[in-house]
Design a protein around this ligand. Structure first.
Ligand SMILES: N[C@@H](CCC(=O)N[C@@H](CS)C(=O)NCC(=O)O)C(=O)O
Length: 220
C-alpha cells in the first residue's frame, strides 16, 4: 500500500490527516507543497490546488478534503478508530469535526489570510467579526467541555484531529482566558499532550517565523 500525502507541515488543514496518520500508525510518504511551482503541479492532481491531498495508489484514489481523507485512513486501519462504528458516536465525531472547521478554523484563517492582503484591500470589519466569532466559539466549547472529556464524548476521534490545529492557531490570534474558560483550557491541555498532536506541533515549529502576524510570547 502506498499512501502519499501532499502537504505542508505548517498548514493547519494538513495537521488533520497528519494527526490521523500518527494515531493510526499508517506508513505514508510526504510530498512537501511549498511555492507556486509546487501548487501548479498539485493542480494537475486536484485543480483547486489546496492541501492536504492524499493519493492511495493501491485503491487508485485521489482524495482532497481533510475530513474525507481521515475517513479513508480510518477505514484502511480497520475502522472504528477515529470514526466510531456506532452511529451515535460517529455522528458526534463528525459533528464536532464540522464545528471546529467551521467555527474555529474558518474565522482563524480569515484573520490570517486578511493580513496577507495588499494595503488598501483589508477587510477590517470582517476581521473584527472573525475575532469576535472566535470568542463566541470558545464560550460554546467551554460549556461543551464541562460535560465531555473529548469533543465527541469519551474517545479521541476525528473531531480531535480538527480541534488541534484550529485551537492551536486560533489561540495565537486570540487567547482565551483560562480562568474564565477552564473547561476549554483543560481540553486544550489534554489535546496538546497527545503524542500525535505534540508531533505535528514540533514538525511545524521551524516554520513559525513565516507566520504573518505577531506570535505572542509564552504561546508554544
Ligand atoms: N476544506 C479543505 C481546506 C483546505 C485548505 O484551506 N488548505 C489550505 C492550507 S491550510 C490551503 O491549501 N491554502 C492555500 C490556498 O488557499 O491557496 C480541507 O479540509 O482540506
Amino acid at each position: 500500500m502506498t499512501l502519499t500525502l501532499h502537504e505542508h507541515p505548517f498548514a493547519s488543514y494538513c495537521w488533520k490527516p497528519l494527526i490521523a496518520l500518527y494515531e493510526l500508525g499508517l506508513d505514508f510518504e510526504r510530498n512537501y507543497v511549498g511555492g507556486p511551482e509546487d501548487r501548479e503541479k498539485l493542480a494537475e492532481l486536484w485543480p483547486i490546488a489546496k492541501i492536504p491531498v492524499l493519493v492511495d495508489d493501491e485503491r487508485e484514489l485521489m482524495l482532497p478534503e481533510s475530513t474525507t481523507i481521515i475517513e479513508h485512513l480510518d477505514e484502511l486501519a480497520g475502522g472504528d478508530r477515529l470514526v466510531p462504528s456506532g452511529p451515535e458516536a460517529a455522528l458526534q465525531a463528525r459533528l464536532w469535526d464540522r464545528i471546529f472547521d467551521n467555527f474555529v478554523m474558518t474565522p482563524m484563517q480569515k484573520v490570517v489570510i486578511d493580513s496577507l492582503r495588499p494595503d488598501g484591500e483589508h477587510d477590517d470589519f470582517g476581521v473584527a467579526e472573525a475575532r469576535s466569532d472566535l470568542h463566541a466559539a470558545y464560550r460554546m466549547l467551554d460549556a461543551h467541555f464541562a460535560q465531555n472529556t473529548w469533543a465527541g464524548g469519551e474517545r479521541f476521534t476525528l473531531a480531535e484531529c480538527a480541534a488541534a490545529p484550529a485551537l492551536f492557531y486560533a489561540r495565537v490570534l486570540e487567547m482565551w482566558d483560562a480562568s474564565e474558560l477552564p473547561n476549554l483550557d483543560r481540553y486544550w491541555n489534554d489535546l496538546r499532550a497527545r503524542e500525535s498532536v505534540k508531533r505535528v506541533i514540533d514538525e511545524a515549529r521551524e516554520y513559525r517565523q513565516f507566520f504573518p502576524l505577531p506570535w505572542p510570547d509564552g504561546i508554544d
